[in-house]
Design a protein around this ligand. Structure first.
Ligand code: PMP
Length: 346
């Protein structure tokens, strides 16, 4: 392993250069070779470390930031954790405006990492002054020298992956990659990685993973923002109810939709087959691979890379809790039937 026996100046030196790990059992029935880019190996346990570090370093280079300044973002998820981590090392204040829907565990985690957390009501519209978007904007206006990361609309989110995730995968597969399968939330991961890979080889197929209840797939196919596509779903970090400018739809060849139930079961299956304890969207990305495989979309010579964005420990009270799975109806006979690929991958 690359990092073995090395000593590091601080935790940020460990951001990026995550391993590419061959999948041996879960894909055994499919044609081709399959590898997972396991982003849980970042020190903050997710791909968001890359964008937090990159965006703040760019702001420093451009002279926007000096120690003691404030970083603001609207997230209780991985991005919040990563920004808090980078802020500690670099000496910034970190303010996160989060929805009141966020779990107490998540809020405790962010506070443990030194962030100041504003809890904003979940059931108000985005333009309500109490919403976390408006609270973040107002804080940004009021706090001199503050930087608002705004990951869904920040092009640096794409650049971070163009400069790191893309080249890493190209090098790790020795240029042999034929397909990339990645979840799309802000779209930064898939867009930046795809842009780099397509520059090396335009034939690489870029397959985005979207949720039922999200607008991304339909927008990609029709350029129409269809509000009728929007309804609540369980997977966090995947899909969206708006069109992020951090997504470059032109570099994505196709979107595949996955269900909450199948993605949850597939995440659990990854742990049991590959010994990799990964998050809900890793299950979603793997589920997309299995659906594509069942449609005979891969051939013997293909080298497929699937991105696993974060670690399973963040989902103990969700997909790794039998109680939660039962409450969602994910063990019901109806869902058992829809979880068609579980049979297939046994
Ligand atoms: N998985 C998880 C767990 C995430 O938090 C995110 C980020 N929203 C994604 C996948 C999608 O990554 P991106 O925002 O780069 O599209």
């Amino acid at each position: 392993m690359e990092h073995k026996n090395q000593v590091f100046d601080n935790v940020l030196d460990l951001v990026g250069s995550t391993p590419l790990i061959k999948l041996n059992k879960i894909t055994s029935q499919l044609n081709g070779d399959f590898y997972a880019k396991v982003e849980a190996f970042n020190p903050g346990h997710s791909s968001k470390d890359r964008i937090a570090l990159y965006i703040l370093e760019q702001a420093e280079k451009q002279g926007f930031l000096k120690p003691g300044d404030t970083i603001i973002e609207t997230t209780s998820g991985n991005t919040g954790f990563s920004i808090a981590m980078v802020s500690i090392i670099k000496g910034y204040n970190c303010i996160l405006a989060v929805s009141s829907k966020s779990s107490a565990d998540k809020i405790d985690m962010l506070r443990t990492m030194g962030a100041k957390v504003y809890i904003c009501p979940a059931n108000v519209s985005a333009d309500d002054p109490r919403s976390y978007y408006e609270v973040a904007k107002k804080l940004h206006e009021e706090i001199k020298g503050s930087v608002y990361i705004n990951q869904y609309f920040n092009k640096l989110n794409i650049d971070a992956h163009y400069k790191s995730t893309g080249p890493e995968i190209w090098e790790q597969t020795a240029g042999k990659i034929t397909h990339l399968v990645a979840c799309s939330g802000t779209g930064g991961t898939i867009s930046g990685t795809a842009k780099y890979l397509k520059e090396q080889n335009p034939n690489i197929q870029i397959l985005g993973v979207d949720a039922f209840g999200s607008v991304l797939k339909k927008y990609h196919e029709t350029k129409e923002f269809d509000e009728k596509e929007i309804y609540p779903y369980r997977i966090e970090g995947l899909g969206k109810n708006l069109i992020p400018t951090a997504t470059d739809f032109d570099v994505i060849d196709e979107f595949i939709k996955v269900t909450d139930a199948e993605s949850a079961h597939t995440a659990r299956h990854i742990a049991k087959t590959e010994g990799l304890f990964v998050g809900y969207t890793s299950g979603a990305a793997m589920q997309a691979v299995l659906q594509l495989g069942a449609d005979n979309r891969f051939s013997e010579k293909d080298v497929v890379v699937v991105i696993f964005p974060d670690h399973g420990s963040r989902y103990m009270s969700k997909i790794y809790s039998d109680k939660w799975m039962t409450e969602q109806g994910f063990f019901d006979s109806v869902n058992k039937k829809t979880v068609q690929n579980i049979e297939y991958i046994k």
